[in-house]
Design a protein around this ligand. Sequence first.
Ligand SMILES: Nc1nc2c(ncn2[C@@H]2O[C@H](COP(=O)(O)OP(=O)(O)OP(=O)(O)O)[C@@H](O)[C@H]2O)c(=O)[nH]1
Length: 345
Amino acid sequence: MSARKVPVTIVTGFLGAGKTTLVRHAIETAEGRRLALIVNEFGDVGVDGTILRSCGIKNCPEENIVELTNGCICCTVADDFIPTLETLLSRQPAPEHIIIETSGLALPKPLVKAFEWPDIRNRVTVDGVVTVVDGPAVKAGRFVDDPEKVAAQRAADPSVDHENPLEEVYEDQLLCADLVVLNKADLLSDDDIKTLSDEIKRSIPRAIKIVAAREGQVPAGVLLGLSAAAEDDLAARPSHHDNEAEHDHDDFETFIVDVPEVATPDDLASRAKAIANAHDVLRVKGYAAIGGKPMRLLLQGVGERVDTRYERAWQPDEARVGRLVVIGQKGLDRDAIVRTLTGES
Ligand SMILES: Nc1nc2c(ncn2[C@@H]2O[C@H](COP(=O)(O)OP(=O)(O)OP(=O)(O)O)[C@@H](O)[C@H]2O)c(=O)[nH]1
C-alpha cells in the first residue's frame, strides 16, 4: 500500500494582501502538526522568511522554512521548487503538512500543475489553494481599470490593446482558489464584506468558500484540510495564460534600495508614503536603522498604507544599513524613488 500523500496548501494573493500574516497565524495555531514552509518572495531581502522564522514554534523548526528568492515560484518550478519540495519530503521526521506562500505576483496554476509531475504526484497532493484578498484594495478599485484612464489611452491611440496586468494577476489567483480569505476586514464594514464576497463569488465559475478575516486569523483547522486535490481539477481553474506555453512578469519590476540610518520611524514612513503617492508603487518592504536605536525597524508599505515596528536587535557583525524592496508596474522612475527613500530629496 502506498504511503499517505503529504498535503500541501498553496497560499497566494496579490502583493501585500496579508499572506505572511495568515501563514504566521496558521503555524502558531496548527496544534502540534509538524509543518514545513516554502516562502517565495521577490528580491533577497527576505522579510517574509524573517517574520516566519521569528515565530519560534516547535512544530515548524527553522530548518523546515525554506525561502525561494529567485523570482516568482511559478517560473522556477523545475529549478527551484521541485528540488526544494523533495528536500523537505526527505527530512526526518517528515513534515505532515507543507505550506507554500507564493510571491504576490505569482500565478498559482503553473505551480499546481507541477503536482502532476510523476515523481511528485505519488508523494504529495495540493490540499487547497488559499487566495488572500486585500479587501480594502478591491473596494478601492485597485484591480479594475479606471475608465477615464482607459478612455484617454484609447483616444490617444485607438489601436492600443488594453489589458490590465494587476487585474490579470488578481483574477488568476481568484480563479485557482479553493478558499478565498477576504482579509483586512477591520477596514471594511459589514456591507462591504457582503458586497465584496458576492462580487468574488460571481467572478469564480464554481462554488468556493469565502471567509472574512482580520490579520489573516483563519483557524488552522479551516485552512489546512480542504482535501481539494487541486492537481486533479486543473480544467476547472481557468487562467489568462492558458493558451500560452510560457508566461512572464514583464509588466512589473522590482529593485532594492539601500537606506542609510534614518532619524525616526515616521521619517521613513513618510518617505515610503511619498513614493507610493508620486510613483504608484505597489509594495515597499524591508528594514532600516534608526539613529541611536539598537533595534532594527521593519517597514511594510502596501500602496499608501505604511506600517513600521521594531523587529529585532541589530547583530554586532551587521552593518546598520537599511534595505527596502520596491515593487511596481514597469516604468518606475528608479532614480527619483531612490532619492526619496534615501532622504536625498
Ligand atoms: N489593517 C490590516 N492590516 C493587515 C491585515 N493583515 C495584514 N495586514 C498588514 O498588511 C501588510 C502586508 O501584510 P503581509 O502579511 O506581509 O502581506 P503579504 O501578502 O505577505 O505581502 P507580500 O508577500 O509582499 O505580497 C502588513 O503591514 C500587515 O501588518 C489586516 O487584516 N488588517
